[in-house]
Design a protein around this ligand. Sequence first.
Ligand code: HPA
Length: 262
Amino acid sequence: MKIAIIGGTGVYDSSILDEASEITVDTKYGHISLIKGTRNKNEVFFLQRHGKNHKLIPSKVNYKGNIMALKNLGVDLIISTAAVGGINHCSPLDFVILDQFIDFTKNRSASFFDEENSGVLHVDMTEPYCKNVRKQLINSFKNVDVTPIEKGTYVCTEGPRFETPAEIQMYKILGGDVVGMTNVPEVVLAREASICYATIALVTNYASGISENQLTHKEVGENMLKMSKTLKMALEDFLDTISYDYTKCSCRNSQREINSLK
Ligand code: HPA
């Protein structure tokens, strides 16, 4: 199986891969650098969402290039990580295995099918995150003695600023559990590309106004560091135990091929 890990803020450690080397993939959206390695007979790729040295703000991440590069490499499943603020049903240092999202982005190209000659495709989002991968991720956290929160709704904002308390109250009323800036359009593009996709949301702080403290990027980084050991162990367990028939997963056949867009 070919597996990719998309590391978000604070997740830059590719040392769980054996025989790691850097490669570059050319796509019509630009050159994408990533680490290629192996683990438990699987080919594993590690991609930094924000580019090398975390250069790109959420609005400027090359989402299409990243997913197209993984598609061109023949990747079957993607696990992504996302730093989030906690709104409901969670606290800092929790791991949430997302099952839904609400899109509040404003300024992003959110589909491979919004291009000239791409044709029209309305991809199904009833189950945006792969249920097979989610199940295995939940098990992997349990295998390393951590109880993850087994579902949660991610609200995606445009950023790069944090939210106002009034916005967070609105998201809470609408059913949002966590808030971040990057999961959309990544999750959508993965489905358009027929790749199984799931996200581990790392709750690094209470969202604005949920606690009285002001939000800082420093707090996000510090809590991320505290969670990194558990995250690494859970990812190792995942790579060592993953088994499901991805060729029959519903993520793979819910839309047209995007290969013509290479
Ligand atoms: N809001 C948006 N993005 C985030 C947050 C937050 O509170 N924490 C980490 N990423």
